[in-house]
Ligand binder design. Sequence first.
Ligand code: IBG
Length: 222
Amino acid sequence: MSSKPRLHYFNGRGRMETIRWLLAAAGVEFEESFLEKKEDLTKLQKDGSLLFQQVPMVEMDGMKLVQTRAIANYISTKYNLYGKDLKERALIDMYVEGMFDLNDLLMTYEVQPADKKEQHFANMMDKTENRYFPVFEKVLKDHGRDFLVGNQLSRADVQLLEIILMVEEFKPEIFAKFPLLQSFRERLSHIPTIKKFLQPGSQRKPPSDDDVVDKVMKIFYS
Ligand code: IBG
């Protein structure tokens, strides 16, 4: 029996949260090693565990996987969350690349310096409301199905739900404009593996508080 994947990152969302979501949605149990201080990162860098000296890193199937997208691709392929043919996969790729771009804006809000936060917030909400959410609302409207691609759960759905819930924390009233995203959120939240991940006590991470941001600054930016 192979051992559980082990995730190496700090104890917060950042770039690892999508990986946690995909594993959880696939019903895969995983273990985590949290970086607590700069020396924890230095140790992984020095012992050759990190191909580009960066985390996220996931130990899985005898590999030390790095690069968020590569890790997400591997997990999605392995657990059948990546469409049934080339064309579905191309659609999924387009959707999730948009989601990664939006997620980059959302996840970096917390680590913005105080004088940049307001501008960053305005930009990320503008992009959410006027660039990305209208696309996914339209996809659901046009085909009238439950899932974004191919009428079965894919990584695109999982990654969209992750983003919807993050945006909801920032600006819940936005969903009045996107009724299909609201019902999508409801529907997805009832899938048993996802329902479990949404319950308190799961490995899903909360928004980073000041202590986590402080730790992140010390580990990566000092
Ligand atoms: N392209 C890489 C990926 O997608 O995995 C980028 C990885 C990356 O930027 N990793 C950062 C790192 O290891 C930590 S996450 N830096 C050390 C170094 O020496 O480069 C950075 C991040 C934070 C908060 I902190 C929010 C989003 C990202």
